[in-house]
Design a binder for this molecule. Structure first.
Ligand SMILES: C[S@@+](CC[C@H](N)C(=O)[O-])C[C@H]1O[C@@H](n2cnc3c(N)ncnc32)[C@H](O)[C@@H]1O
Length: 273
C-alpha cells in the first residue's frame, strides 16, 4: 500500500535531515545510536538521503546527540517512574521506542499537526504515548499535558528554528506548567549557528534558522531563575568518541582538550527546574 503523507512546509521538512542522519548512522560499521527504525522508515518512504551529501562527521553528530538526549530522558524516568515525557519538535524520531518507558510514564511527541499526522501513519502506536499537533510558540498547547507530575523534556534539533524570544517564552511556559523536571536540548553557540548556515550538509535548513545562538551554557539560568544547569555535555569528551572512524576520532580527541573548540561542535545542555 503506498503512503500518502501530508504536504510538509519547509520547516517541517527539516525532520528529514535528522532522520537521515540517524538512518545513515545505523548503516555504519559501528553505529553510535543504532536506530534501526530510522533506517526502516527511510526505506519505507523511499527517501533519498543522498541529497544532503552528509559526511561521517554530521551523521555521527546527529546520532550522538540523540543518544545523549535519550540518556537524559532514561535517567529521569528511572528516578521518576510516574513522569511525563515530552519530545519537542519530535519530527519522525522514534525516541519513545528507543527509551521504552514503563507504563507509569506518559510520553508526548509535539510537532506541527502535519508531522503528528505523518507519525500516526508511519510509526508504531504505543500505549501511554501521545502526539500533540501544535506550533510550540502557541501558548495553549501545554493545556493538553498533565501539569501535576515531574517532567522530562527533550528537544533535538529544534532550538535553532526558534527566535531567542520564542525560546525564552517556551522555557518559561514549560517551567511554569510542571512542579519540577529536567530539560535537555542540543545547544547552538553563535559559531554553530554561523556554521549551520554555511555548511553544505545543512544548506537545506539555512534560511529557516532563527536563533542567534548563545555561547554561555549558564545563559538560560539568567532567562529563568528556576533553571539550573546540570551539565554541559561536550560531545568531544563522551566515551562514544572511541567508536568514531580513525581520522574523526583523532580530530575530536584533539578538540576535547579545549572547551572553546569543543563548543564549536555540538553540545547537549541539561538543566533541572
Ligand atoms: C531538525 S527537525 C528535528 C526533528 C526530530 N527532533 C529529530 O531529531 O529527528 C526540527 C523539527 O522541529 C519542528 N518544529 C520547528 N519549529 C516548530 C514549532 N514552532 N512548533 C512545532 N514544531 C516545530 C519541525 O517541524 C521539525 O520536525
Amino acid at each position: 500500500m503506498s503512503i500518502v503523507l501530508p504536504v510538509f512546509t519547509p520547516i517541517e521538512e527539516t525532520l528529514y535531515l535528522t532522520l537521515c542522519g540517524r538512518a545513515l548512522d545505523n548503516h555504519m560499521a559501528q553505529p553510535i545510536l543504532g536506530d534501526t527504525m530510522a533506517e526502516q522508515l527511510v526505506h519505507k518512504l523511499g527517501y533519498d538521503c543522498g541529497r544532503f551529501r552528509l559526511s561521517a562527521s554530521p551523521i555521527i553528530n546527529i546520532a550522538h546527540r540523540a543518544k545523549k538526549l535519550d540518556e537524559v530522558a532514561r535517567g529521569f524516568i528511572d528516578r521518576h517512574p510516574n513522569a511525563v515525557g515530552l519530545d519537542l519538535g519530535a519530527g519522525l524520531d522514534s525516541r519513545v521506542v528507543r527509551i521504552a518507558p514503563p507504563a507509569g510514564v506518559d510520553w508526548h511527541d509535539v510537532d506541527f499537526p502535519e508531522v503528528i499526522a505523518a507519525r500516526r501513519q508511519l510509526l508504531p502506536q504505543r500505549a501511554h504515548a501521545h502526539g500533540i499537533g501544535a506550533d510550540l510558540t502557541d501558548p495553549d498547547w501545554l493545556d493538553a499535558v498533565p501539569g501535576d507530575r515531574p517532567a522530562v523534556i527533550v528537544a533535538d534539533g529544534l532550538m535553532a528554528f526558534l527566535t531567542q524570544e520564542d525560546m525564552i517564552a517556551l522555557l518559561e511556559r514549560l517551567i511554569g506548567h510542571f512542579p519540577s523536571g529536567e530539560i535537555a536540548f542540543n545547544g547552538y553557540t553563535r559559531f554553530a549557528i554561523w556554521a549551520a548556515k554555511h555548511y553544505h550538509g545543512t544548506q537545506s535548513v539555512a534560511d529557516l534558522i532563527r536563533s542567534p545562538g548563545f555561547d554561555d551554557p549558564r545563559q538560560p539560568e539568567r532567562w529563568n531563575p528556576r533553571l539550573h544547569l546540570v551539565k554541559e555535555i561536550l560531545l568531544t569528551r563522551e566515551p562514544e568518541v572511541a567508536q568514531f572512524p580513525p581520522a574523526l576520532r583523532w580530530f575530536t580527541r584533539l578538540s576535547a582538550h579545549s572547551t572553546a573548540l569543543s563548543r564549536r561542535g555540538t553540545t547537549v545542555l541539561h538543566y533541572r527546574f
